[in-house]
Design a protein around this ligand. Structure first.
Ligand SMILES: N[C@H](CCC[C@H](N)C(=O)O)C(=O)O
Length: 322
């Protein structure tokens, strides 16, 4: 099957966006899984941290279904939602829309460029749940905030939160990729403790309202950034009284930075996640599901200016975390 794709990223967390609004694609559930595995494969012709199926919706402007490179479907994807939001805003010539996701219809708003020539969007990350059963995390407690979590680590303290995909967040003095990778792998192998797997993040407090987040993503591994994880990490710093509600928190990551604001109304948290939505290129691929192969059958249309602008934003971010 031939599929037109838009390669895009949020904070260098990169995705393949497939437009099922414009194109009459009809994928079965099994095909969606296979397409995710084939197109995300970094050894293949494309390679990405996930697929964003952008589909018609009966209850919103469009619907986003996000699949990880291992073929698992995630409840939510913050960096991906900004990319889908931008794409649909442009299709509808609109600056404020609603996107249907697995558990909620979420608002997406175009914002002023947060950096020179960087298309910027803000998405609502919700519902937010602190009950371990909502991840699920099989421990008999009402909440797990800044507590040890045997057998993942003897010295780290974790906070469990679902936004609504599952996250474990640990505030650390120094982020060690090797330790994060090991704990991320062990957490996702422990199907008794975490039956659906989990995204694991380490958070470094750089200053008031300024953090650095590194994430081992469920279904992927270490990525440049994870939007829901940066949101969950911002919430965790508020719960730990390191930052305040309603104040902008700049969240640096390997791929750049985003701005998160944690709000609470009637006891419920929402996290506003603002960041870039950058296009890399358009192309067309031919996917042969029978023999599990993908070949590119068009010349890429590269968004050179966007890429160059984003490199400046990334350089700025890196200068802030030295
Ligand atoms: N790996 C995640 C989904 C992608 C989330 C991430 N890319 C984001 O921007 O939120 C999960 O399985 O929950």
């Amino acid at each position: 099957m031939d599929i037109q794709i838009v390669k895009c990223h949020g904070s260098s967390n990169d995705f393949v966006l497939i437009d099922e609004l414009k194109h009459q694609y009809h994928f079965s559930e099994n095909e969606r899984v296979q397409i995710a595995r084939l197109l995300c494969d970094r050894e293949g012709s494309i390679g990405a941290d996930g697929i964003l199926f952008t589909m018609p919706s009966h209850q919103a402007h469009a619907r986003m279904r996000m699949f990880n490179p291992d073929g698992s479907e995630a409840e939510m994807c913050g960096n991906g939602l900004r990319c889908v939001g931008r794409y649909v805003c442009e299709q509808l010539d609109n600056t404020e829309i609603v996107i249907e996701t697995k558990e909620a219809n979420l608002s997406v708003k175009q914002m002023d460029d947060m950096f020179e020539n960087i298309p910027s969007f803000e998405v609502a990350i919700e519902p937010v749940r602190l009950r371990p059963a909502s991840l699920p995390l099989n421990i008999a407690k009402a909440q797990h905030v800044n507590q040890p979590l045997d057998p993942l680590s003897e010295n780290l303290l974790f906070t469990a939160v679902a936004v609504p995909n599952p996250h474990l967040i640990a505030v650390v003095n120094r982020i060690e990729d090797e330790q994060l990778n090991l704990i991320g792998r062990q957490a996702n192998e422990n199907k008794f403790l975490l039956p659906n797997g989990v995204n694991v993040s380490f958070v470094q407090l750089l200053a008031r309202n300024k953090i650095f987040v590194r994430t081992y993503e469920r279904g992927v591994g270490l990525t440049n950034a994870c939007g829901t994880a940066m949101s969950a990490s911002s919430l965790t710093t508020v719960l730990l009284k390191e930052n305040n509600l309603d104040e902008e928190i700049t969240v640096f990551n390997r791929g750049g930075f985003v701005i998160c604001t944690v709000t609470q109304s009637e006891g419920k948290y929402t996290i506003q996640l603002r960041g870039n939505a950058t296009y890399e290129y358009d192309t067309t691929v031919s996917v042969d599901l029978q023999n599990g192969s993908v070949s590119e059958i068009a010349t890429r249309t590269n968004y050179v200016n966007e890429q160059e602008a984003y490199e400046q934003m990334k350089k700025y971010a890196q200068s802030q975390i030295i």
